[in-house]
Design a protein around this ligand. Structure first.
Ligand code: GLU
Length: 415
């Protein structure tokens, strides 16, 4: 199968919604392309004394609802089209959870696993030097994403502050707690996803206590999804996996013990008391809830007919192909689409910005309560749209988000 170009895919999804909403051609054209994009060359002195030039991007897709917001990815396969698509998705994501922010995304083509700490720090700081004039607490606020960490956010914030001549905590989110980070940011993506699953379970009459759950991926989102599912909702985590393989125990896995095993051995596989299972078989388990917390394109036209879960929660971006989406909808599988399901991360990032602006620190309860409010409202707005337009949850999420962005464009007088 030809690899889907993510930006073309995001434009296609927009085109379908433009039809449903009868958008005028001018409005549609504005929404089809990014407002601004930066391409920067980043010369870095490597540890061996040579200079290597890396390529970086920052795409500011649309700022009609507020400053642009979105993570920075460090990845060897990064492309401008991936960053454009993700920046568009951030625009819809922020509108869907109704936070006053637009969408952006950044990326550097690099393999962070091959860089020393010193090289990583120089790369992070140089990126900020090059994009300094175009970002800022009122303009564009980056955050962590694939392979970027709270430490990288700290270096970036520090570099920005040095150039600005004053501390600028509000320029970046996902910072460590000791320099302006927010409580509740670490598990925010998984927690927000579970709030959606809880609402879906009510809708479909599934009791989460004892409900069976399979999770593909055991990074930050996957691990916290397992832990929260088990500890808050009393669900049974029957299978989890990572890139090396999966583990299965119908009686339930201890999420924290699995995490400790992964830290010690580098993978979840060979966890005592579990049976091995492949990533492919895990997807097809007869469970109540399947959480996709790994890669793009894992449910495709080939395996969609074999999915038995009642609810599929997309913690990762883009795990279901458009072809698979149609098959799952026909089969009655309830998919909670990525930019709804994983919006908890940017929502708590927004809370971090609010706390930074006010120099105030919220408690964990305040963060959880406010996150719950926004995720629950976004879930129900999407469910209502899905019934109103008789479309799947993904299409409805687009329609709801785009309607809000368009309303802001009209009110501004852009169209
Ligand atoms: N990278 C995360 C996302 O894709 C978080 C973005 C943010 O916190 O700004 O939603």
């Amino acid at each position: 199968m030809a690899k889907l170009n993510p930006f073309e895919m995001s434009q296609k999804q927009l085109d379908i919604c433009a039809d449903i909403l009868h958008l005028d051609p001018g409005t549609h054209a504005i929404l089809r392309t990014p407002m601004r994009e930066l391409h920067v060359s980043l010369p870095i002195r490597m540890d061996d004394g040579t200079i290597k030039v890396f390529q970086g991007f920052r795409v500011q897709y649309n700022d009609v609802k507020g400053p642009t917001k979105g993570g920075i990815r460090f990845h060897p396969d990064e492309t401008i089209d991936t960053v454009r698509a993700l920046a568009a998705w951030m625009t819809w994501k922020c509108a869907l959870v109704d936070i006053p922010l637009g969408g952006g995304k950044g990326g550097i083509i690099c393999n962070p696993k091959e860089l020393s700490q010193g090289e990583l720090e120089r790369l992070s700081r140089t990126y900020i030097d090059k994009v300094f004039q175009f970002i800022g607490p009122d303009q564009d606020i980056p955050a962590p994403d694939v392979y970027t960490t709270p430490q990288i956010m700290s270096w970036m914030m520090d570099e920005y502050s040095k150039i600005a001549g004053k501390n600028q905590f509000g320029v970046i989110t996902g910072k460590p707690m000791c320099i302006g980070g927010s409580v509740g940011r670490t598990d925010a993506t998984a927690r927000g996803g579970w709030y959606c699953v809880r609402e879906a379970a009510k809708e479909f009459g599934i009791d989460l206590k004892g409900a069976t759950v399979a999770i593909q991926g055991y990074g930050n989102a996957g691990y916290h999804a397992a832990l929260l599912g088990q500890t808050i909702f009393g669900s049974t985590i029957v299978a989890v996996s990572d890139s090396k393989g999966g583990i299965y125990n119908p009686a339930g896995l201890d999420s924290q013990a699995v995490y400790e095993h992964k830290v010690k051995t580098g993978s979840v596989i060979n966890f005592p008391g579990s049976e091995p299972i492949t990533n492919e078989d895990l997807l097809e388990l007869d469970v109540d809830i399947l959480i996709l917390a790994a890669l793009e394109h894992v449910i495709t036209g080939e395996n969609a007919t074999k999915i038995k879960a009642k609810i599929v929660a997309e913690a990762a971006n883009g795990p279901t192909t458009p072809e698979a989406d149609d098959i799952l909808y026909e089969k009655g599988v309830h998919v909670i689409p990525d930019f709804l399901c994983n919006a908890g991360g940017v929502t708590v990032s927004y809370f971090e910005m609010v706390q930074n602006f006010n120099r105030y620190c919220w408690t964990e309860e305040e963060v959880h309560e406010r996150l719950d409010e926004r995720m629950t409202a976004a879930y129900h707005a999407t469910l209502r749209g899905s019934k109103k337009y008789d479309v799947n949850m993904r299409r409805s999420a687009y329609v709801v988000a785009i309607e809000r962005v368009v309303e802001a464009m009209q009110t501004h007088g852009w169209v």
